[in-house]
Ligand binder design. Structure first.
Ligand code: SF4
Ligand code: SF4
Length: 372
């Protein structure tokens, strides 16, 4: 007996697949499944988060509908995966945010942007809000640096804490001991697999869409989004070091490292999400969890808006639009931070944890041992 209907269905499918094993070369899910004879809730959540939703095993399956076995691994694991996000959410009271996630994220973003815009308008004269501010410290005429650092630092730390608690619960549920010794080789393997999105390649041909012609575009747009996000994060870190170690205040020149990193990352974060959205529309509805469409779109939209408002601020920072644009950008970024643990962002964290587990299992298997 499992905790939910979808885990019952995932168990049924994994039992069928374990007898068939036709798809074992497609991705990590099937080899991980073959290491088990029975599946606990944690095992199924592990397999669900190991799945990259390429769709290949549906197209290749001789038991997919209309066959009476009704095997649809991609969609079943997609639903189980989405339900696992709510199951591991911290604090538990916020698990409900994963239902109607698109609406929740939109409301939080709208509220956050409104608070920043009205806050700036209430705290500053027209001359300051629409004034032209240039040179070091220009942004801090609208919002003092210490207030910015305290507010965003607190939101970021909260997001990290909530994500860490969620992944801790997942980690324990999938059978990994919390105090696991650091396994550098498995960690490196997982970093490589995640960095390459190795299992998003449909067994080498690409992701499957509505027209049954697999392509690698989804992987490309994922890369642009992920590395774009990473570069923007690196830009923020470098700017923080500039501020505290070198006493150099933003905004920085076009050629300076934080701006170069932010521009490169921001470009990736504009193209990647648009591409992901286009690919999401093209996906065959039989392969995906249509009920979570809002969650997918909300996350993509938040990343896109973060980049769009950041790039607009960069381009127009020496004009009268800087004040309103700064409020808009800060509002979007703040809502991105506080909603990170309660939206599609978590898929990257849980998938990475599942890849670490998988690397450890493979290593143990190669050594002829089992995980403790
Ligand atoms: S998805 Fe279908 S073909 Fe693939 S292992 Fe399962 S039952 Fe076999
Ligand atoms: S959808 Fe792709 S990644 Fe997921 S189980 Fe099937 S083949 Fe593996």
């Amino acid at each position: 007996m499992h905790g939910t209907k979808i885990l019952e269905e995932a168990d049924r499918l994994m039992t069928v697949c374990n007898s068939c094993r036709y798809c074992e070369g497609l991705c990590a899910v099937f080899p991980a499944m073959e290491m088990r004879r029975a599946f606990s809730d944690g095992d199924l959540n592990y397999l669900a988060n190991l799945c990259h939703a390429c769709g290949a095993c549906y197209t290749d399956c001789q038991f997919s509908p209309p066959h009476e076995f009704n095997v649809n691994v991609p969609r079943t694991l997609a639903v189980a995966r989405a339900e696992s996000y709510a199951a591991y959410a911290w604090p538990r009271a916020f698990a409900g945010t994963f239902a109607r996630n698109g609406l929740v994220i939109s409301l939080v973003a709208a509220l956050s942007v409104a608070v920043f815009i009205f806050g700036f308008a209430a705290l500053h004269d027209r001359e300051v809000l629409f004034g032209i501010h240039t040179g070091p410290g220009a942004f801090y005429k609208l919002m003092p640096h210490n207030a910015m650092a305290a507010l965003f630092g607190a939101a970021f730390l909260y997001a990290i804490m909530a994500l860490a608690m969620g992944v801790r619960a997942f980690w324990r549920d999938i059978g990994e001991p919390i105090g696991m010794k650091t396994d550098a080789r498995a960690l490196l393997q997982a970093i490589r697999d995640a960095g390459e999105l190795r299992y998003l390649d449909g067994g080498g041909v690409g992701c499957f869409n509505e027209d049954d012609r697999p392509t690698d575009r989804r992987r490309l747009y994922h890369h642009l989004t992920f590395y774009g996000f990473a570069l923007c994060f690196a830009s923020t870190c470098v700017a923080t070091l500039y501020h505290y170690l070198l006493a150099r205040e933003a905004p920085y020149a076009w050629w300076d490292l934080p701006v170069v990193l932010g521009t490169l990352g921001g470009t990736g974060l504009l193209i990647g999400p648009i591409g992901l959205l286009a690919e999401r529309w093209k996906r065959d509805s039989i392969l995906v969890d249509e009920a979570r469409y809002g969650m997918d779109v909300a996350f993509i939209a938040m990343l896109f808006l973060t980049s769009l408002t950041g790039m607009a601020l960069l381009i127009l920072r020496e004009t009268a639009a800087m004040g309103p644009l700064l409020a808009l950008h800060l509002g979007v970024v703040f809502s991105l931070f506080v909603t990170m643990p309660y939206g599609k962002f978590v898929h990257g964290i849980y998938r990475f944890a599942a890849l670490v587990r998988y690397a450890r299992e493979r290593k143990a298997m190669a050594q002829g041992t089992t995980l403790e």
